[in-house]
Write a protein that binds this ligand. Sequence first.
Ligand code: ATP
Ligand code: MG
Length: 431
Amino acid sequence: MALITKKIKGTEDVLPKESYRWQFIENIMREEARCYGFKEIRTPVFEHTELFARGVGQTTDVVQKEMYTFDTKGGESVTLRPEGTAGAARAVLEHALDNEGLPIKASYFVSCYRYEKPQAGRLREFHQFGIEEYGTQSPVADAELICVAQSIFDRLGIGQLRLELNSIGCPECRAKYNEALREYFGQFKDRLCQTCLSRLERNPMRLLDCKSPEDKEIAKDAPKITDYLCEECEQHFTEVKSYLDAAGVEYTVNPTIVRGLDYYTKTVFEFVTDCIGAQGTVCGGGRYDGLIEELGGKHMPSLGFAMGLERLLMVMDSQGIVIPDNNQTSLYIATMGDAAKVKAFELLRSVRECGLAAETDVVGRGLRAQMKYADKIGAKYSLVLGDNELEQNCASVKNMETGEQTSLALDKSFAEKFSVLCLTDNNSFLN
Ligand code: ATP
Ligand code: MG
């Protein structure tokens, strides 16, 4: 029979044999976030459309072209989240988290939905890890934010990542800068793409983020925001850089980085790599001091970043970084006969209580096929249980890699002794 359907274009399955890779990077992200004082926030996968229209910004690619928006049966317009910031900000406001003291520090894992042209590193459903901080204007927070991302990359063993840093100032510096941009790009009206033309009046800074090669070329000689920063923004930027210097985080200042959201202010940054092709940005973030007000809250300077998990895994693959598989089965018990099956069931329970993964046959294979299966799933140890072993109340545990055998009594001490054996072997392996 033919399959009734297949997965939707631009979506991916993570299969049981590869999920350990995701768990590994997610655990490191969770741990780093915790070390920097961020606690996880979980928000719904869909929200009222106006949240993203306002929170991401009307003039962004995401809102103009990429959102999955639909009307519910009740006639409401809802949108699958294209990113994690707007939902987190909404929740912070809705639950008045500022009453519990500032700053508010949150981290998140989200699936995101964007109607884009699927290609390597660009999906329609993808996953992000991000952090958000609300209620601080200190440059220390900007530098700390960047350090969280850097620490994660360091712990994952990722190299050849460039941190590109910029400040896009506050609305005041931006007013003058936007004028300069309008004047500059105005000269090229006949060459700019349609989208850029429509943004020239409303948000000319977006033109610096255009992906069309011709527009990119024009953007190269555009005025630089760093020449238009007011004194306060300049000072803020200088301090962010000095904290990064103090932390030993390397960066290059790139005045063309403007980021996707409309409400970014001051610090913006991206971590970029050349080793996975065109979609080389693995993390983007910065400060959005105007966002909370835009969503109806009081003035609350905020900042955050998001990193794409699919792209990160691609980078790790391309750099040959081996991810340890902690999901491997420690013990496979092969059985012969019904009495052995019962005994195996009892032993397995005690081994699992020690936190080790253990399995036995559940599809009725013969002994040889069971051993073959143990080998196939990469079990670290195997044990054969038959009438002999039951009679002697003792069996040999075999290290599948070295072939070494250790005899263990099949009594209450079994699980503990097996755990010790695993640990000792592991340690000698490490030495
Ligand atoms: P790009 O310039 O590549 O379109 P973006 O500016 O739209 O990225 P952000 O909104 O800042 O991306 O999202 C943060 C991170 O999420 C990106 O740096 C990237 O790693 C990842 N990301 C964004 N869009 C996608 C996508 N369609 N598929 C896979 N990962 C994505
Ligand atoms: Mg994009």
